[in-house]
Design a protein around this ligand. Structure first.
Ligand SMILES: [Zn+2]
Ligand SMILES: [Zn+2]
Length: 356
């Protein structure tokens, strides 16, 4: 596995997010992979809610969410065109997803494959602290590559890199099976991923709630949910009606909204499991009434491990599921400004930048 098809030295186009809802194009040299690194020709690079929340609108992030003026895009998928010395598994021609954080590799979290949880100063996320996928090429650590098997597409791969991985981890923690009805509060891209995967894992019914009727219609149309409820005062009652007065065995909040979080907890069946995935804001509940007496298990879940991401790609092939069915808009790299504008509106399905 040696560098064989390294592109001619030259420059490539990339996208940075300077804040204030601006998108800036830069021309930078095409990088050369060093020891343990690969050069990936980008094929698809999708936009995530956290890009919008913590970078595009304004630079809000601290620590792992601090944006350091790099090429944006933390959901990259592409094909390896050059491999530096010392690569052990991946080489030229391989189709790959990039797990979006390069960890230190030797801390207990990295050894679990949970580079998202690595606290080393060396930890760097693509699109946040090291150059990401909104470019013609990305320089990647071989340790962050996940094989993208046929028949999954590059757009499928980009969606697995963050959103589908995140949804899968939450459902895996809740141990979702055919015994469960699943409530998803917030049916943006992560919520739709949760619905699709919950059904594949056996959930008998998936109920989705959202404040945006457009999002519910889209989620219903792509088969991510079985029932779509516009979130309002009567939603809890409506969920009880749909579940014989019991509530859902599993609830996953993908909204980050305090009211939706509380709904997720209140609509969880006694002895059920509730997973918090949507970022930001707070939760204020009557602990006895909402948590202790109904004996709810509440869990937080942040992204996934690289091992579980690889497991998920294999399962998606076996299940015959293409994550790209939740994509509503595709744009070329040159149209990144429009791509971010659409994603920022929060009314669409997933928005993806596609390179060819
Ligand atoms: Zn993301
Ligand atoms: Zn580490």
């Amino acid at each position: 596995m040696h560098a064989t098809t390294m592109p001619e030295p030259g420059s490539m186009r990339g996208v940075k997010l300077p804040g204030g809802r601006r998108v800036a194009f830069v021309d930078v040299p095409i990088p050369t992979p060093g020891v343990g690194e690969v050069l990936v020709r980008m094929k698809a690079s999708s936009i995530c809610g956290s890009d919008i929340r913590a970078i595009y609108r304004e630079h809000l992030g601290h620590g792992p969410e601090a944006y350091q003026d790099v090429i944006a895009g933390h959901e990259p998928a592409g094909q390896i065109v050059a491999a530096g010395p010392g690569c052990r598994r991946f080489g030229v021609g391989d189709r790959v997803i990039l797990y979006h954080i390069a960890g230190c590799g030797v801390c207990p979290d990295c050894r679990e494959g949970s580079m998202i949880s690595c606290t080393s100063p060396q930890r760097a996320a693509y699109g946040w602290q090291r150059d990401g996928g909104h470019a013609e090429y990305v320089l990647a650590a071989e340790t962050t590559c996940v094989p993208l098997p046929e028949p999954l597409t590059y757009v499928d791969g980009a969606l697995i890199a963050c959103g589908f991985g995140t949804a899968y981890e939450a459902l895996r923690k809740a141990n979702v099976s055919g015994r469960d009805r699943v409530l998803v509060t917030g049916v943006g891209p992560v919520g739709m991923a949760a619905g699709i995967l919950a059904k594949a894992m056996g959930a008998s019914t998936v109920i989705g709630t959202d404040v945006a009727p457009e999002r519910l219609s889209f989620a219903l149309a792509v088969g991510a949910i079985d029932e779509g409820l516009v979130a309002n005062k009567g939603t809890h009652e409506h969920i009880l009606q749909l579940t014989g007065g019991l509530g859902c065995e599993v609830a996953v909040d993908c909204s980050g909204n305090p009211a939706a979080r509380e709904l997720a907890l209140r609509a969880t069946r006694r002895f059920g499991r509730c997973v918090m995935v949507g970022e930001g804001s707070r939760l204020d509940i009557d602990v006895s009434q909402v948590l202790i007496h109904p004996q709810i298990t509440i869990m937080g879940s942040w992204v996934t491990t690289i091992g579980h991401m690889e497991e998920l790609t294999d399962l998606l092939v076996r299940w015959g599921i293409h994550p790209e069915r939740i994509v509503s808009h595709r744009f070329a790299l040159d149209e990144a400004g429009e791509a971010y504008r659409v994603a920022d509106e929060g009314k669409s399905g997933k928005v993806c930048i596609v390179m060819d």
